[in-house]
Design a protein around this ligand. Sequence first.
Ligand code: FES
Ligand code: FES
Length: 163
Amino acid sequence: MTHHPADTDVDVMLRVNGSARRLRLDSRVTLLDALRDELDLTGTKKGCDQGACGACTVLLDGKRVLSCLTLAAQCEGREVTTIEGLAADGRLHPVQEAFIRHDGFQCGYCTPGQIVSAVALLQEGRAGSDEEIREFMSGNLCRCGAYPNIVAAIREVAGQGSE
Ligand code: FES
Ligand code: FES
């Protein structure tokens, strides 16, 4: 979005992947565009930009949201976690490792959203069975049809936690 000072501009402080980020942006800018265009966090993908594909999934205060449907200005003071924030100390998140082991992606476009969604689903305790995983991952579309491998990856991480 072209940026020009207007009386719709607002100051927003977001905590993104653990760091306080201060932004001045139009009150209508989505969290997705703020992350990608203002903060250069392009791991979060813009698929449909209208809430239908899940490619833009991030965690807001630990809960998954579609960042294309969330206004950045609504996130004042809140904690945003993107795919870039999941790996800690140079080590991949266990869900990222499982996706690699199980070939949970082909083109990779949907993958950041799938992984962020999977992390939330595991935290919510919603990965008890393949059916449950499929149901709670149903907002994350994959044009490549990697679903069986995605479910296998999530099931593996869920099993590590409970056995
Ligand atoms: S880009 Fe947000 S749901 Fe598709
Ligand atoms: S891996 Fe290509 S869209 Fe899912």
